[in-house]
Design a protein around this ligand. Structure first.
Ligand code: 3NM
Length: 224
């Protein structure tokens, strides 16, 4: 099993690729893109098999097993989106949930010993999530996104500044419409990382996009 020191979480969430097979042309393309993203330098991956055309049942389980193996072999954090049973059955590093994915108190109990991340769109949501034991927050959508049909209105990097100036000190990643050009601004606003779907899954070369985004994020973290 891969183990991650919780103190490293800020570093480990620097470039957080989020995807499922439905974000790619085919399940084979998904695996290829994930491997390219890993080679390019992603530090965390969230298996988000959600929405129309997503895999279910045994296919979903087998894909999660393979994705976890790819991540584990390369020291990439492996998080499962909104499926506690899948998280447990593949022994993922953690779970990520949205605001409507269930009772956070119950979810926290069910994820003991695992990393728990929660999406928040407002300060009140972030405060509640932290008080119930979220170890990191996904803040967004920062910019306009076409990857999530039910995404809320984009709020800009201001949301991250607002969280930071109001006592949210847990690791934070921005999500939603983050491109190579916009990743630096998200870090400069106070985030520890950027979570992306299309900037990597739709890239001509996911490996190149990942490594360029990783460089931009690391430079922004060093204040360059
Ligand atoms: N969650 P892209 S936005 C999965 O606001 C997800 O919580 C969001 O995809 C939120 O990088 C989003 O292609 C989609 O914009 C991110």
């Amino acid at each position: 099993m891969t183990t991650f020191a919780k103190t490293d979480l800020r570093q480990q969430l620097s470039l957080y690729f989020v995807a499922g097979t439905m974000n790619c042309e085919s399940p084979e393309a998904f695996e290829r893109i994930l491997l390219q993203a890993i080679k390019g330098g992603i530090t965390a991956f969230q298996y988000r098999e959600k929405g129309s055309n997503c895999l279910t049942g045994e296919e979903r389980f087998q894909m999660a097993v393979r994705a976890k193996k790819l991540c584990g072999d390369h020291n990439v954090l492996f998080i499962v989106n909104d499926d506690i049973e899948l998280m447990k059955s593949v022994d993922a590093d953690g779970l990520h949930v949205g605001q409507s994915d269930g009772n956070l108190k119950v979810i926290r109990q069910e994820t003991k010993g695992k990393i728990l991340g929660v999406s928040a769109h407002t300060l009140a949501e972030a405060e509640d999530a932290v008080s119930l034991g979220a170890e990191y927050i996904g803040a967004g959508p920062i910019y306009q996104t076409s990857s999530k049909p039910d995404a809320k209105k984009p709020v800009g990097a201001e949301l991250i500044k607002e969280f930071r100036s109001n006592g949210i000190t847990v690791p934070l990643v921005g999500i939603g419409g983050i491109s190579l050009e916009k990743a630096g601004a998200v870090i400069e606003a106070g985030a520890d990382g950027a979570a992306v779907i299309s900037a990597i899954s739709c890239a001509k070369d996911p490996s190149v996009s990942s490594s360029e985004m990783f460089k931009i994020i690391m430079q922004a973290k060093r204040g360059l």
